[in-house]
Design a protein around this ligand. Structure first.
Ligand code: ATP
Ligand code: MG
Length: 249
């Protein structure tokens, strides 16, 4: 069972969009669990689901895995959703022992999935640490501006700190994914150059990445994946390539 987290401390870089498409894409080959580790709850909004039990209750132990699960949100795709109630989770778990590995322990007996995909907040907080320590592989979307590159560097620095504290839980970087790519613009050219000249990101850059595509916003607004909303769009083609890359890794 693969365990992937989609992460970047910078906000609005396409983490949720990527987590949903990676989960839905991998679901064509096997059962996938998507966990929304971000209290913004954007996964539910995007997939058009109304959660009754949530990630917060699952983490807090008030809901079992089965109770927190929303099965078959799409074929082969189950979800544990988040709501803004989970903003309180950070404070709630702050005093617990081994508070960084709660999710890892809660998922220990979960079987039957080919992959677990986790979306995270734009922050290196306790919930993000929980997602990272429950994962083995990382995907880092980077929007086409320098702040997103800085966010990716800070994220990778956080990941290597985590590696020093938990050497038994190594994390493999699957891909640094350029998003909102608009070739021909200065911002895209400069950002791609920055990613490819930085030794911490260069080996992982997935080219050409995910192009800027308005259909992705429309898909989000109509609670559909890009393959449902606009299967012939360039974003559908780009996310299909990313899935192939992940399947080969
Ligand atoms: N390649 C793209 N082209 C155009 N729009 C995109 C692209 N990727 C994502 N979007 C849109 O940009 C918005 C932000 O994307 P998304 O929610 O995935 O970012 P995020 O990194 O999860 O944000 P946050 O840090 O707040 O969680 C969404 O409305 C989404 O539909
Ligand atoms: Mg998000």
């Amino acid at each position: 069972m693969r365990r992937l987290a989609v992460i970047n401390m910078k906000g609005g870089v396409g983490k949720t969009t990527s987590a949903i498409h990676i989960a839905a894409g991998l679901a064509s080959k096997g059962k996938v669990l998507l966990i929304d580790g971000d209290p913004q709850g954007n996964v539910s909004h995007t997939l058009g689901i109304r959660p009754t039990r949530t990630f917060e209750e699952f983490m807090g132990g008030e809901a079992t895995f089965e109770q927190a699960l929303l099965p078959n949100v799409r074929p082969n795709l189950d979800v544990i959703a988040s709501t803004p109630a989970a903003f309180a989770l950070e404070r709630r778990i702050a005093g617990e022992t081994q508070r960084e590995t709660i999710l890892h322990r809660r998922l220990r007996n979960v079987t039957g999935y080919s992959a677990i995909v986790m979306d995270t907040s734009p922050a290196m907080n306790l919930l993000t640490y929980n997602a990272l320590l429950a994962s083995e592989e990382l995907v880092i979307p980077v929007g086409m501006d320098m702040m997103a590159v800085i966010g990716a560097r800070q994220t990778l620095a956080g990941v290597s700190q985590l590696g020093e504290l938990w050497p038994d839980r190594p994390l493999k970087i699957l891909a640094v994914v350029p998003t909102f790519v608009h070739s021909g613009t200065y911002a895209t050219k400069a950002t791609l150059e920055a990613l490819e000249s930085d030794p911490t990101t260069a080996p992982f850059v997935f080219r050409p990445g995910i192009r800027q595509c308005i259909d992705l916003s429309y898909a989000t607004a109509s609670h559909q994946t890009i393959w449902e909303y606009a299967p012939r769009s360039r974003a559908a083609a780009d996310y299909t390539s990313l899935i192939r890359h992940i399947q080969r890794a």
